[in-house]
Design a protein around this ligand. Structure first.
Ligand code: 5GP
Length: 211
């Protein structure tokens, strides 16, 4: 069985990644989404084990010590990390796995899994990013300013990604992400087993036996 494809979706906070991911997983149900652990407090509707596993700083540091995290990073004053066992298990079972993580974590995972696909989600403009961050009403003006500053720094790393998703229309964005992953499945490099089999079939194939 071939290994699943690991797709890492990053983007500015407020780019609408969460909304894109939710709509994507609703429409395309075969993917395994990794649920991260974080030390930040839950927002309005967020539930333990659905958006995140919410943990204290001490609990998070214990996970680091016990090597339970594939990667972790600090973002806007909180820890965020990817549980290792779920990702490794799903990939081993041939499932396509999606991580929705920030840029530092994406870089670390790419080093461990060089064939991971890196997708960057951005709104069409910086003005629009600020509008979306302000209108969701979940951060104070100071927190919004920090997130805008962080986004400015993240923009410097967009070139390290394989694909860009400009989140203008949600539906198009969702379908584009599906297309990206399907295209990766069709990549010749990822199909060495198949191309090898075709080559060896040519070596033994004889037309005269067919008549
Ligand atoms: P938020 O607080 O808005 O839910 O997330 C803040 C940032 O942390 C987002 O860019 C999100 O993608 C990122 N993030 C969420 N989970 C993880 C994780 O497990 N590891 C890393 N490195 N970043 C994460």
């Amino acid at each position: 069985m071939s290994r699943g494809i690991l797709t890492i979706v990053s983007g500015f906070s407020g780019a609408g990644k969460g909304t894109v991911m939710k709509a994507f997983l609703k429409k395309y149900t075969d993917y395994a989404l990794s649920i991260s652990v974080t030390t930040r407090s839950p927002r309005n509707e967020e539930q333990e084990g659905r958006e995140y596993f919410f943990r204290s700083k001490e609990e998070f540091e214990k996970l680091i010590e016990e090597n339970e995290l594939l990667e972790y990073a600090q973002y806007s004053g909180n820890y965020y990390g990817t549980p290792r066992s779920y990702v490794e298990k799903c990939l081993g079972e041939g499932k396509d796995v999606i991580l929705e993580i920030e840029i530092q974590g994406a870089g670390k995972v790419k080093k461990m899994f060089p064939d991971a696909v890196l997708v960057f989600v951005t709104p069409p403009s910086v003005e629009e990013l600020y509008r979306r961050l302000s209108s969701r009403g979940t951060e104070t003006p100071e927190q919004i300013a920090v997130r805008m500053e962080t986004a400015g720094k993240e923009a410097e790393h967009m070139d390290e990604y394989d694909y860009l998703l400009i989140n203008d229309s949600l539906e198009e964005c969702v379908d584009s992400l599906q297309q990206i992953i399907l295209n990766e499945h069709r990549c010749v490099e990822r199909n060495a087993e198949f191309t090898g089999r075709i080559r060896s079939e040519f070596k033994t194939f004889k037309i005269e036996n067919k008549q």
